[in-house]
Design a protein around this ligand. Structure first.
Ligand code: BGC
Length: 910
């Protein structure tokens, strides 16, 4: 961990959740920072923010855009800018200083920056340009193939037009102060300036409902331009706009004609300006990229490379004029999310040759990304890469679970005796194995390197403990999160799906937030969710809404309420609640209208992928209706809408009553009698106190009757472990946690899992692979146990929104004798680190400055509890509250603590 400064110090400045964001359109942006101190109980008592239009002014402490003055407040997050009106292109250099509890002022923080984007339509001079000729050629090719084959569809019945290359040259006359690029596309774009890529981002401008909204990105490209001759070029690919999405081999989901809109604004040192924008004057062609598609893969013929196309002095007289489209009706807005970037490189751990000439390289982990190829081949030599998550028993790659995703990349060598290096730009695969055919000889250790990509959400979590399988499970959770956070939260990265399934997202969101800062990522996706809402108020199954049309499915549609609430809980974000409030209300109305006597119908996906248990769908649906309504009441309250809050509370009570009447017997049995029904009834507070007890007992009895195994699917697994823990059966939760027999988390790990499987029985020794119709090895839903690992093993939980008040309650148990868990919250690092030794528990706790915590030290009495070697109750910053449920409870101010206590018997026995 970072070394803590000795005085209250502000750092990690963020604007709208991001560090130094460029081109935002939020005219009242929210600013956040953290304060750090090595002293206990340090508090911010006031802050001052300066925002200046130039770094010089900021340096001179001249806040010409905003000087907040000294504001008496302990707030460090979501502080709303209240300075001058922010116009297009305004640059806001800012810093903050804070006063501590003794009214001593800190030094100014390091400066940070945000810039405003193009706020008015008139700011855009660029036109939407593309090149349609190659599209026609690709379609004609397929028609020809079809005609030749008669009725039978040809083997490769795909339209995969080549990405288009667009370019133009320009002259910059005077010394340059700054160059800013604004770029967007219907499709995917990659911009080059003078031979270099303008950004490291992948798959820009991201996936939206392009009929309604398309995002642009802003980049500072000052280092790339120069006085004199310059060239700007772009590669434009199909992506989500025109390429294949989901099942059914369908493309052109939003349109077929890809378009680029880019504007390079150059400011000279003398204050004058020049704008280079996409227009009719650009030139268009195709290049070495023959195909580029998310699901199908990428093909590249190095013999067709066009040297110099993105540098000045290139002869483009043979290139065509572009097609220009006017009247794109989608709103063009700044990208509010987290772009996809490279995350890591992985070298093969083994190479085999299960079929003559087909080499299989194992990359050691099941990731999302692509392969970089290194080869020395003859001109025209064709090397084919195929991708898979698992192997067949004979060692060949298992691809049947990819369904309609071809997931194949092809490289055709330039030749000439030199080493060639290639990696794709507009596709990704979910894989652990790469099959290489056509390679000259056996691929050496450098022939293939896996490049892992993910939306670059800042890491925010760490989990380590004394149990190897638990550590593997945590690594698998992280891996699967990265593999599925690709611009939106997807279901899986490998098969012909990769969509924003709502159920998966709501089930996993809290675990995601333990691992990474997902605030901006979900802020973006929640707009996709609202854009995808059906006119009847039902939320969709997937957002953006494509392929899996329809909506309203219980536990899936409910993500429209659960996810904003989660973002509020973790980040204290009221705006996200405000922004989507109307849509949420509409959804509750939809549920009410579409239920009978407040029982929500047996529709949707139910307790998806549960194992040997049949949860009645209407019980699940009604439980979720109640849950969403209860959250709605709390949301209304947070927003100060008292009448609404009362209305939703009343509705919740009535749904609860209907639920009990219809599904809960006098003896406490809940219809279906599955683990899931008891879990939901307990998690969503649907039962009277006596029935709660019965439900907990029945839940445990069912687990026991299965030899201590779970039977839950996506929905039940989310709340299973917290419910057991809250019901006083953390011992049972640990049993499930450590299980390695089927079905369990450990079972997949015993089978070599490096990621979270979609199904408990994705592969079993008896049956082999499950139905390839739906058998992904990288779905995060069952990884939702991660939240329990943070909150129960690490014992780190927020009480109320945004970790201002923290509960520290680690539960040593199971096979564990130590654990280190850290969470970088929006207010700073929270850490616990415990071990049991010689009948004692040692617990180190760190609580961020400016927050407080209730610390539960496992102990049967407070007598023997020490802090830094002295009686805890007397320690600085600590106040003893009570003994409760096997723990001595303290109120602790911020800071670092070292507790020590004799272990309660029930823990030391394990
Ligand atoms: C997806 C899921 C999704 C489910 C809904 C599947 O095909 O991969 O993760 O939630 O459909 O039934």
């Amino acid at each position: 961990m970072r070394h803590m400064p000795s005085h209250l110090t502000p750092r990690y400045l963020r604007c709208e959740y991001r560090e130094n964001p460029l081109g935002i359109d939020v005219t009242l942006p929210r600013l956040s920072w953290i304060v750090e101190s090595s002293r206990r109980g340090d508090k911010q008592t006031a802050y001052q923010i300066l925002v200046s239009s130039t770094p010089k002014k900021l340096d001179a402490e001249e806040g010409d855009l905003w000087d907040s003055g000294k504001v008496p407040s302990n707030e460090t997050i979501q502080v709303v800018y209240a300075g001058k009106r922010l116009a297009s292109r305004t640059r806001g250099w800012w810093k903050v200083r804070v006063w501590d509890k003794k009214a001593k002022v800190s030094a100014w923080s390091e400066p940070a920056l945000w810039t405003m984007g193009l706020l008015a339509d008139g700011d855009w001079q660029a036109e939407w340009i593309g090149y349609d000729e190659p599209l026609k050629a690709a379609a004609d090719k397929r028609e020809l193939a079809r005609a030749k084959q008669g009725e039978k569809p040809p083997a490769d019945d795909l339209v995969l037009p080549p990405p288009r290359y667009l370019r133009r040259e320009f002259r910059l006359q005077r010394p340059i102060a700054r160059a800013t690029l604004y770029a967007t596309a219907l499709g995917l774009y990659e911009i080059h300036i003078n031979g270099r890529r303008a950004s490291e981002d992948y798959f820009t401008p991201g996936w939206t409902d392009y009929n309604k909204r398309v995002y642009y990105n802003t980049y500072d490209v000052t280092p790339l331009v120069r006085r004199g001759e310059n060239a700007i070029g772009a590669v434009l690919a199909d992506g989500w706009y025109a390429g294949h999405i989901g099942w059914g081999h369908k493309r052109d989901h939003y349109g077929s004609k890809t378009r680029l809109r880019a504007q390079l604004e150059v400011e000279y040192t003398d204050g004058t300006k020049e704008t280079i924008a996409t227009r009719r004057s650009w030139r268009a062609s195709v290049g070495p990229l023959l195909e580029a598609d998310f699901l199908m893969g990428e093909s590249y013929d190095a013999r067709r490379e066009v040297p110099g196309w993105d540098t000045p002095g290139f002869d483009d007289s043979g290139w065509a004029g572009p097609n220009v489209t006017s009247g794109v009706s989608a709103q063009v807005q700044p990208y509010p999310g987290v772009t996809v970037q490279r995350f890591a490189e992985h070298k093969p751990v083994s190479v085999t040759e299960p079929r003559k000439g087909a080499y299989v390289l194992d990359l050691g982990t099941n990731l999302a990304g692509f392969a970089r190829l290194k080869v020395k081949g003859r001109a025209g030599q064709k090397i084919v890469l195929r991708f898979a998550e698992r192997l067949n028993p004979d060692g060949t790659i298992y691809t049947t679970n990819l369904r309609g995703a071809r997931a194949t990349d092809t490289y055709i060598c330039r030749g000439g005796g030199k080493e060639e290096i290639w990696e794709p730009r507009f596709t990704f695969h979910g894989f652990q194995y790469v099959e290489v055919t056509g390679y000259p000889g056996k691929p050496g250790p450098d022939a293939i390197t896996a490049i892992e990509i993910t939306s670059a959400t800042p890491p925010a979590g760490e989990f380590r403990c004394s149990n190897g399988m638990a550590n593997r499970l945590y690594a698998n959770i992280r891996q699967t999160q990265r593999a599925n956070f690709i611009d939106i939260p997807t279901d899986c990265p490998q098969r012909d799906e990769r969509m924003g399934w709502m159920g998966d997202a709501q089930i996993y969101i809290r675990t995601a937030a333990c691992n990474s800062d997902v605030a901006a990522f979900f802020t973006k996706w929640l707009v996709d969710v609202e854009d995808a809402q059906n006119p009847d108020g039902s939320y969709p199954h997937v957002a953006p809404r494509k392929v899996a049309e329809g909506g309203g499915a219980a536990a899936w549609a409910d993500a429209g309420i659960i996810c904003p609430w989660a973002i509020y809980q973790v980040y204290g974000d009221k705006r996200v609640l405000e922004r989507h409030y109307g849509a949420m209300q509409h959804f509750i109305e939809y549920c009410e209208t579409n239920s009978k006597g407040l029982l929500r119908p047996a529709e949707g996906f139910g307790e998806w992928l549960s194992i040997q248990a049949d949860t009645p769908q209407d019980v699940l649906a009604t439980a979720y209706f109640a849950h969403s309504t209860a959250l709605m009441a709390r949301i209304a309250e947070v927003l100060g809408k008292r009448d609404d809050a009362a209305k939703y509370r009343g509705l919740f009570e009535r749904i609860r009553e209907a639920f009990n009447k219809a599904y809960v017997g006098a003896d406490g049995r809940i219809r279906g009698e599955t683990q899931a029904v008891y879990v939901m009834a307990l998690a969503f507070d649907l039962l009277s106190p006596e029935k709660r007890e019965i439900a907990a007992r029945r839940l445990v009895a069912d687990i026991e009757s299965r030899g201590w195994h779970l039977s839950t699917g996506f929905v039940g697994t989310k709340d299973l472990m917290p419910v057991l823990t809250d019901a006083g059966r953390v011992d049972v939760a640990y049993r499930l946690f450590h299980n390695d027999t089927f079905p369990s988390w450990g079972f997949s790990i015993k089978q070599g899992a490096t990621s979270i499987w979609e199904r408990w029985d994705g592969w079993t020794p008896e049956k082999g692979f499950q139905d390839p119709g739906m058998n992904s090895f990288a779905h995060y839903a069952f990884g939702a146990v991660g939240q329990w690992m943070f909150e129960t093993i690490g014992g780190i939980k927020t009480q109320g929104p945004a970790y201002e008040s923290i509960v520290i309650r680690p539960r040593p148990g199971g096979k564990l004798n130590w654990a280190v868990v850290r969470h970088e919250s929006i207010r700073g690092m929270i850490a616990t680190d415990w071990k049991t030794k010689d009948g004692k528990l040692f617990l180190n706790v760190t609580i961020p400055a400016n927050t407080t915590a209730k610390v539960y030290v496992p102990a049967s009495s407070a007598d023997g509890v020490l802090e830094s070697g002295k009686p805890a109750a007397k320690a600085e910053g600590v106040r003893f509250l009570r003994v409760e449920d096997g723990a001595a409870v303290y109120e602790a101010a911020s800071g670092s603590y070292r507790f020590e206590a004799p272990l309660p018997l029930d823990v030391s026995r394990k």
